[in-house]
Design a protein around this ligand. Structure first.
Ligand code: ADP
Length: 484
């Protein structure tokens, strides 16, 4: 991998604690390329004691960082952003090598992740409080916004750069210091971000990266160490619940980006070609491994067959392969466990009457490659209706009218992203209001941007990432009552 990089210095295997590159007290662990199965790096495995050391370093560094002006923090973040853009190709190569997504998508992720650093750097200058007219003639009321303090972050493997960028950017802009525990599958992208942060002048201890194979130990230290004031997590609802319970003892502030079960609804007045294009991007991006991927595709009776035929053609045309090869549109799945989930959902759908129209088998490439798959005749009784498949399986449900599909779409514990295609204006308004989701994409399959507040309701979590609203998750509000 190092030989592919313009700057091999971006490929590091040591942890980054308090501004120092250190070995892990628990040895090293292997990072493999899921497309080829070969070990590409052996990364420091930090112990719980090292996590505690990193927390102390972050605690020591935070007041100095917070004392800088917003413009000064913005300057450092701007440099960090520029370095990410300058090194985008190397960062994308590292990302694809450890995670498997096509290089084109990895490039997109680097630009996307960097956009948060840029955006929130700018926001550092705009952390406005408020003044409120007093309740007595001689009182003046003020609301100050202050950084929460030390932030612990735990992130998954599906966006090794962006999931961290979306958290560290608002945290640093607010004046917090930050501890990142990347997924053990994908620590290299996080470490490369730290190399660039160091070069950009992010002070020692403000950003720390703690690769570890024992996520639960890191999670416990984050929750039990009183110096940590905020936990931010992206991952499954299951692990989110565990962390929320652990965080309760300290009444720790939490942001949780948890699982989704996104409905993608095609009404009979939709532009079908646009809907197919949107469904392809929404379902098959990252090979179905995003928490906002369409999980249930509902198509209205009158256009069901036409939509299914067009979608089948598009699914059949997807080019599966090694993400590092030119033209690849779908890479491997991250692990055998991920393959099992696809297999299980497919078998369940077939057993209950679904029909496989495209794919349905392990891919000839072997390993964790799976054929892009389309299943029709899917119903609410099947597993795919309840759980996130997180793989290249597109299930088509049939519905009759608006009320029916709204009820079906909302019949889940999750509430992250939803999508629908329609032209009728009153329908667009009604459905957008009725969907119980934190995000609604209307006539688009792509909703992610640093300019919008990304986040879920119900058991998909709490808090928002992105937009001027996103920085609030890293700020405390202080009410000052002044008698003059
Ligand atoms: P995914 O299916 O995306 O891996 P998980 O919720 O299992 O979703 O994992 C998300 C992140 O949380 C990963 O980095 C994982 O290592 C970490 N994790 C898993 N279990 C725990 C735990 N008990 N405490 C803290 N972090 C955990």
């Amino acid at each position: 991998l190092a030989s592919l990089l313009k700057d091999p210095g971006l490929l590091v295997e040591r942890a980054y604690i308090g501004g120092a590159w250190v070995e892990g007290a628990d040895g090293r662990f292997d990072v493999t390329n899921p497309a080829r199965g070969d070990v590409i790096a052996q990364v420091a495995d930090v112990s719980r004691a090292q996590v505690a050391e990193a927390i102390s370093a972050a605690e020591a560094a935070q007041p100095g960082w917070a004392a800088m002006t917003g413009k000064e923090r913005a300057g450092v973040m701007r440099k960090w952003y520029d370095l990410m853009i300058e090194n985008a190709e190397d960062l994308a190569l590292i990302l694809t090598a450890e995670m498997g997504k096509p290089l084109a998508e990895a490039r997109g992720e680097i630009a996307y992740g960097a956009s948060y650093i840029e955006f929130f750097g700018e926001e550092a200058k705009r952390i406005y409080g408020e003044t409120i007219p007093g309740h007595l003639r001689n009182t003046r009321l003020m609301v100050l916004k202050q950084p929460i303090g030390v932030v612990g972050a735990i992130t998954p493997w599906n966006f090794p750069n962006a999931m961290i960028a979306r958290k560290v950017a608002p945290a640093l802009a607010a004046g917090c210091s930050f501890l990142s525990r990347p997924a053990a599958e994908t620590p290299l992208s996080a470490l490369a971000m730290a190399v660039l942060a160091e070069r950009a002048g992010v002070p020692a201890g403000v950003f720390n990266v703690l690769p570890s194979t024992s996520a639960s130990e890191v999670g416990k230290e984050f929750c039990e160490n009183p110096a940590v004031r905020k936990l931010t997590f992206t991952g499954s609802t299951e692990v989110g619940r565990i962390l929320l319970r652990q965080a309760a003892d300290q009444v720790m502030k939490c942001s949780m980006e948890l699982g989704g079960n996104a409905p993608f609804i095609v009404f009979d007045d939709a532009d079908l070609d646009a809907a197919v294009e949107g469904a392809m991007m929404c379902k098959f991006r990252n090979n179905g491994q995003t928490c906002v991927c369409a999980n249930r595709i509902y198509v209205q009776d009158g256009v069901y067959d036409a939509f299914a035929a067009k979608l089948a053609e598009a699914v059949r045309a997807l080019k599966v392969g090694d993400g590092l090869e030119d033209g690849t549109e779908a890479g491997p799945l991250i692990s055998d466990k991920a393959v099992e989930k696809v297999r299980e959902h497919l078998a369940d759908a077939e057993a209950k009457g679904g029909s496989v129209v495209v794919g349905g088998n392990p891919h000839d490439l072997g390993g964790t490659f799976w054929e892009p798959t389309l299943v029709t005749g899917v119903t609410q009784e099947m597993k795919v209706a309840r759980e996130e498949t997180f793989g290249p399986l597109a299930p088509l449900f049939r519905f009759k009218d608006e009320d029916e599909v709204i009820a079906m779409a909302n019949d889940t514990i999750f509430g992250l992203a939803s999508y629908f295609y329609a032209k009728d204006l009153s329908r667009v308004y009604k459905v957008a209001e009725a969907l119980e989701y934190g995000i609604v994409g209307v006539n688009t399959g792509i909703i992610s941007t640093e300019l919008g507040p990304f986040g879920g309701i119900k058991q998909s979590g709490m808090g928002r990432e992105g937009s001027h609203l996103g920085i609030e998750d890293y700020l405390e509000m202080k009410y000052v009552c002044l008698s003059v």
